[in-house]
Design a binder for this molecule. Structure first.
Ligand code: ZN
Ligand code: ZN
Length: 417
């Protein structure tokens, strides 16, 4: 059973956005009650004022800009790195369509993209950023290795930025501020130097639990060599050594294409899931529930729910057999074998109370009356769509190869027509 978090006050249950938007002392105190029952990462910030419309002085005085940004504001190392990776990813996709690819390589890329996705969703997000469950040391090490393979920044930098995103959403203290536009929220934040507010308020984000964690500390210290080995060298060499894949094919598919696709799938949670979709849990906040984003992000697309209940280990009101959520299934399996424990989840009463006050109760009318058999059937169909959407590069490459009359290679170097 998951740990149920009940509010101490049942008449009015504050949510993250309510406390941030009202700034009322009484509400903030009630929020503190709930917060203590979850984790004290300061989800309920009420005291700061950040002018979201204020432009940086540098932009106001700049004579020459690129898409509105001065040369000095752009993080050129990231622009060059990401540009090269995107070119290689596109080339890798075309290369795979018109050249023989080992069948095991396609199976391996499905496995490694899922595994590294878990590193971010289960590890970087649900475990280290939000502490929605507790993990034993072997699981922490596995998640840190998988998180490194995604090439999405160290656990420490990702978690600090993500806590700031929850604490001051859609302000200039939010490192991925959707108020700066869709592209900035998606990946523009990686191409620009941080605004002064992001750095200033980033220091106020509690990170003691992270800096005192030796796995997080050393992963951050050794991040570049670890990324080179785990993100690029290992995924390239394993197919070459294990089933004699061509080294260029292995590098392009298992390293370049895989990292770029997984990152874009995860980035859509910051971009699309802050602009498009339903807001049934809290209609006053920007984050949304978006089915397609949930499919491609392996269960991270229930973003309206997540910003309302960020301490829920499932990132969704529903569990993994009711909705496509491989990350929740992963955590439940880890719990079953003793690697994860203290899984946190708000009670149904808490969820319903919040929906009643801030959400759209009518949105859930049909869902609440479904029996378990129907819920599981809908969940099964959702998993089929989820797997199809999440792994689109692999099966589209296979289809294009069939259309073009190309061939896959099997183990003994005979061709699979
Ligand atoms: Zn968000
Ligand atoms: Zn989050």
């Amino acid at each position: 059973m998951s740990e149920s978090i009940e509010p101490k006050t049942t008449d009015k249950i504050p949510t993250e956005s309510e406390c941030e938007t009202t700034g009322e002392e009484s509400v903030a105190l009630k929020a503190k009650d709930v917060e203590e029952l979850a984790l004290d990462f300061g989800y309920y910030e009420t005291t700061i004022e950040i002018d979201s419309n204020k432009e940086e002085p540098a932009i106001q005085t700049a004579k020459f800009t690129i898409f509105g940004y001065r040369f000095a504001q752009i993080k050129w190392s990231n622009v060059i790195f990401l540009s090269v990776m995107h070119v290689l990813a596109v080339y890798g996709y075309i290369h795979s369509c018109v050249n023989p690819v080992h069948l095991f390589t396609l199976i391996f890329v499905i496995f490694i993209s899922s595994a590294s996705g878990f590193g971010m969703s289960v590890g970087g997000h649900r475990y280290w950023s939000h502490r929605t469950f507790k993990a034993r040391l072997p699981l922490q090490i596995i998640l840190a290795v998988l998180q490194t393979m995604t090439v999405n920044g160290s656990i420490l930098s990702y978690s600090r930025d993500h806590r700031a995103h929850h604490k001051w959403p859609a302000t200039h203290a939010d490192p991925k501020n959707p108020g700066r536009g869709f592209f900035f929220a998606h990946m523009g934040w990686w191409l620009l130097k941080k605004r002064p507010e992001v750095i200033q308020y980033g220091h106020k984000v509690p990170t003691d639990d992270l800096t005192k964690d030796p796995i997080v500390y050393y992963q951050h210290k050794l991040y570049i060599p670890l990324v080179i080995v785990l993100g690029y060298v290992f995924p390239t060499l394993l197919p070459v050594l294990a089933w004699k894949e061509n080294i260029l094919t292995a590098f392009l598919i298992c390293s370049c294409l895989r990292t770029v696709v997984v990152l874009h799938h995860l980035f859509t949670v910051n971009s699309v899931a802050h602009f498009l979709g339903d807001r049934p849990y809290d209609r006053f906040m920007k984050p949304t529930e978006n089915k397609i984003i949930n499919w491609i992000s392996m269960g991270e697309g229930n973003h309206n729910y997540h910003h309302t209940f960020p301490w829920d280990y499932s990132n969704s009101e529903k569990t993994w057999y009711e909705i496509f959520n491989p990350a929740t299934l992963f955590i439940d399996i880890c719990k079953g074998i003793g690697l994860a424990y203290d899984l946190k989840k708000p009670s149904q009463h808490t969820i319903d109370s919040v929906i009643e006050r801030k959400g759209l109760p009518e949105y859930f009318a049909s869902d609440r009356t479904r029996n378990m058999c129907l819920k599981i059937t809908i969940g099964f169909i959702d998993w089929i769509f989820g797997l199809l959407f999440a792994k689109w590069p692999v099966w589209t490459i296979a289809i294009i190869k069939i259309i073009l009359g190309q061939r896959l290679i099997v183990l003994d170097n005979t061709f699979l027509e």
